[in-house]
Design a binder for this molecule. Sequence first.
Ligand code: TRP
Length: 348
Amino acid sequence: MSIDSFEASRKRSDEIRADLPVHPEKYTMLTGDRPTGRLHLGHYFGTIRERVALQDLGIATRIIIADYQVITDRDTTEHIQDNVYNMVVDYLACGIDPEKTIIFTHSAVPALNQLMLPFLSLVTESELLRNPTVKSEMDASGHALTGLLLTYPVHQACDILFCKGNIVPVGKDQLPHIEQTRQVARRFNERYGHVFPEPEGVLNDAVEIPGLDGRKMSKSYGNAISLSLTAEETAKLIKKSKTDPDRMITYDKENRPGVSALLTTAALCTGRTELDIAAEIGDGGSGALKKYVTESVNEFLAPIRERRVQLAGDMDYIKDVLHDGNRRANEIANATLDEVRAAMNMVY
Ligand code: TRP
């Protein structure tokens, strides 16, 4: 995406952010996650915390657990079910309230998936091939380009538009998908009459959350602190993280990625700045730094983990939450599909 259009998205996003508390009733938020593993601190600071804030502003909030998106680039559904249930546990432990927020999965909402057919007719092969996020995911996957990987941004348009979502909190990498969603909505409305809003991305302003090695926090890099780890597991993981022999602790992302990532982790968990923490540790070395980071992370996560353990002890409740979310999502999706059929003159 060009710098100009990124700046335009950022500006639009800031305007919406300012309007959210003023007119919460104007907005429906839809966002989601692929159930490929447990949620970690990167998810928490990058998006979960914001979803809770939007929910608590009274904005209609919907969260999709994107199970069909998992098979865009892998050949098995192993672990998906377990990951889905655990994702619900993570959401609730972080403060998502199932009374206010609809939590649901792709595979349980047929009418959402049916939107894919008219929507696919609105995009061309070259537009699909041009999506930079799809391209980099394809390169990273080491997997042949499946039809689903190529078309999943259109499927994501179904996720957003089935509930007429008009705001989508996302990271930068998802902006091309929002653009494709807007295009699908616009073309549908032009061809068949107005049914869909043109949703806007709400960019998270948090810096990219570094993993323990300074790269983006991601389960696939093995550098993530999952919410579901115990305090001891967290301590072990932080202890193993790679720093450098310089005892003087300084914040220098370029030259000291390990030390700086630890500082940022502690900064996010304590609300202090990296510089402040570095100054306090001074020449205490990475041992003292790691001790401080471990304490900050464990203290921050303690209430979330406590709720997590409680929730995970009542899987029947977790399944009820998901069933109820799926039921409500189906009601919305069926109503939207009815409108789509009517607009397309396909009511028999
Ligand atoms: N693609 C998103 C991710 O990998 C997950 C997702 C699925 C999503 N459907 C969505 C995000 C709809 C926003 C809107 O994180």
